[in-house]
Design a protein around this ligand. Structure first.
Ligand SMILES: Nc1nc2c(ncn2[C@@H]2O[C@H](COP(=O)(O)OP(=O)(O)OP(=O)(O)O)[C@@H](O)[C@H]2O)c(=O)[nH]1
Ligand SMILES: [Mg+2]
Length: 257
């Protein structure tokens, strides 16, 4: 799916041979891929079906009064570590939380999130969903069926660790947030603009490691804003807890409306 992309102008197309986005360089030899109208039509149908399922998910969540946040990042940026802290906070302030935990394989992250007062629904995409590198709306619909939505205020969806595909699939959440670790380098907003453009809040994580890195945070911030001028950036350390107050305030405000 990753070669078929949506763009800001609303177009959707296949990244087949010779498709270079007008930048003057080819995307490489993709001759092994079947391309053409039929493939594009099939992929458009997949996106249409996903969008319908996402709207259904949102309607179900709205009906139950649940606010859902789709949390995305590259593998290991700190989503689960952040969620552990976030669930502790939500419990303290009396907001009832659920988690849809998306992973290709294993219950490692779901296990880390149990015992913190939240309902946790595990979605392994390797288990009947073809090992997809992202969550889509039909998968999340399946996970929602395992949750008692009437007993929730907020649903946090930990998407599969991937900086590309999750950005392209609406799962039916109300808000989209990403975690970007400062260990990943300043150039990532420029190299993965679809993800950085798809979110309203970027949690800049692992700030405790700053003294050990060469990363230029001002340049990272400029790069984020160059692809998404509306993005809000919040510097945090999920390890030490520094900066998490601002994230928690953002979440509380979103949930309490
Ligand atoms: N130093 C430091 N390490 C962190 C921080 N947040 C997470 N880590 C570490 O980074 C590693 C990956 O963290 P996870 O929370 O598992 O990351 P994830 O995004 O959930 O990973 P996937 O679900 O596999 O995509 C773990 O070893 C964490 O302890 C942080 O703020 N500072
Ligand atoms: Mg995780």
């Amino acid at each position: 799916m990753g070669r078929f992309h949506r763009h800001d102008d609303g177009t959707e197309h296949d990244h087949g041979p010779g498709h270079d986005h007008g930048r003057g360089h080819d995307v490489g030899d993709l001759t092994a891929y079947e391309t053409g109208t039929e493939r594009v039509v099939v992929l458009e149908r997949i996106f249409d079906e996903n969008d319908r399922a996402a709207a259904d998910n949102r309607a179900v969540l709205d009906g139950a009064g649940v606010t859902a946040v789709n949390l995305m990042s590259s593998p290991g940026a700190g989503k689960t570590t952040l969620l552990v802290r976030t669930l502790e906070h939500l419990r303290e302030v009396g907001l009832r939380a659920g988690v849809v935990e998306g992973d290709i394989e294993t219950s490692i992250d779901a296990d880390r999130l149990t015992g913190l007062g939240a309902q946790v629904s595990l979605l392994n995409t390797g288990d009947g969903f073809g090992g997809e590198c992202h969550l889509d709306a039909p998968m999340v619909a399946r996970a929602l069926a395992h949750l008692d939505l009437a007993a929730l205020d907020v649903l946090l969806v930990e998407n599969v660790g991937n900086l590309v595909c999750p950005a392209e699939f609406d799962v039916g959440a109300h808000r989209r947030v990403m975690v970007a670790s400062i260990t990943e380098g300043e150039d990532k907003p420029l190299k993965y603009p679809v993800m950085f453009r798809s979110v309203e809040l970027v949690l800049v994580n692992k700030m405790d490691l700053l003294p050990h890195l060469d990363v230029d945070l001002d340049l990272f911030r400029r790069n984020v804003l160059s692809v998404n001028p509306d993005a809000e950036l919040v510097e945090v350390s999920a390890r030490t807890g520094d900066g998490l107050d601002r994230w928690h305030d953002w979440l509380d405000t979103v949930v309490r409306g």
